[in-house]
Design a protein around this ligand. Structure first.
Ligand code: SF4
Length: 241
C-alpha cells in the first residue's frame, strides 16, 4: 500500500471513530506513513501503534475477512458494554439472534446471562463488557475451528488490553479451553479462579447449558457467588490452590 493510501485509510478511521464517539472531530498529532517495501533510513524508527480504541476494534471487526466465517455472517458482533468494566464476560461466538442483531448475548441465553449478572449487581449498561472469542457466527452454531479462533484472537486481545477488566468471566467450554489452552472439561474447570495474563479468570457454564440442564443452575450460582465475593475485595475467594 502506498503512503498516500495509508494516510487516507487513517483519516477515514479517525472520522469514523469521532462519529461513533460523539460526532466532534478530535485533534490528532500528524502521522507519517511510508510505502510498503520502502526502505526506512537507519535513524528513523517505525511508527508505533498508538491510539487504539474499542471503536477502532469494532470498525476493523466490521470489515474483517480474515477467516471463512466472514462469508456466512449477516453481522459482525464485536461486543458491547461499559468502557471500564469490573467484569469482562467472554463467550464462544454469536448465535442466530446475535448474527441478526450485531449484538452479543441477546437471545434466550443472553437474557438469562443478564439475569445472572443482575443477581450480583452487574449489567452490560454499567459495569460489564460482553464479548466473544470469535466475532462472526459459526454456521449452524458449530464450535469455531482453531484457525478461526486464532485469526480472531487479536481482536479479543486488544479488547482485553483496552478494557483492563478486574475479572474475566469465561462462559462455557469453548472460550475457557481456548483461553486457558487446555482440553479439560468445563465441569472440572469451573468454580475456581485462575490467572489469565495477570487477570483473575473464573470459568463457569454457558447460560445456554443452564437452559438445557436445570441441574447446572446451582453450581453456576455458586460460581456467581465467588465472583461477587472477589468483587467485594476478597482476593482469596475461589483462588486455585
Ligand atoms: Fe474476522 Fe473474526 Fe469474523 Fe473471522 S470471526 S472474519 S477473524 S472478525
Amino acid at each position: 500500500m502506498t503512503a498516500d493510501a495509508k494516510q487516507r485509510v487513517a483519516a477515514l478511521l479517525d472520522l469514523a471513530e469521532d462519529r461513533l464517539r460523539d460526532g466532534y472531530r478530535t485533534e490528532r498529532q500528524a502521522r507519517t506513513f511510508s510505502d510498503d517495501g520502502e526502505k526506512r533510513p537507519a535513524n528513523v524508527q517505525a511508527p508505533s501503534i498508538t491510539g487504539d480504541s474499542l471503536e477502532r476494534v469494532s470498525l476493523e471487526v466490521g470489515s474483517c475477512e480474515a477467516c471463512i466465517l466472514a462469508r456466512t455472517r449477516r453481522n459482525t458482533v464485536p461486543g458491547e458494554g461499559a468502557q471500564n468494566p469490573l467484569v469482562l464476560v467472554i463467550g464462544e461466538g454469536p448465535g442466530a439472534d446475535e448474527d441478526a442483531s450485531g449484538r452479543p448475548f441477546v437471545g434466550k441465553a443472553g437474557q438469562l446471562l443478564d439475569k445472572m449478572l443482575a443477581a450480583v449487581g452487574l449489567s452490560r449498561e454499567n459495569n460489564c463488557f460482553i464479548a466473544n472469542l470469535v466475532k462472526c457466527r459459526p454456521p449452524g452454531n458449530r464450535d469455531p475451528e482453531p484457525g478461526e479462533v486464532s485469526a480472531c484472537a487479536v481482536f479479543l486481545a486488544r479488547q482485553i488490553t483496552l478494557l483492563k477488566p478486574k475479572i474475566i468471566l469465561s462462559v462455557g467450554r469453548v472460550p475457557t479451553q481456548n483461553l486457558l489452552k487446555t482440553t479439560e472439561g468445563i465441569g472440572r474447570l469451573r468454580g475456581r479462579f485462575v490467572d489469565y495474563q495477570g487477570i483473575p479468570l473464573l470459568p463457569t457454564y454457558h447460560p445456554s447449558a443452564l437452559l438445557r440442564d436445570e441441574t447446572l443452575k446451582r453450581p453456576a450460582w455458586e460460581d456467581l457467588k465467588l465472583l461477587k465475593a472477589r468483587l467485594d475485595d476478597n482476593p482469596s475467594a475461589g483462588m486455585a490452590p
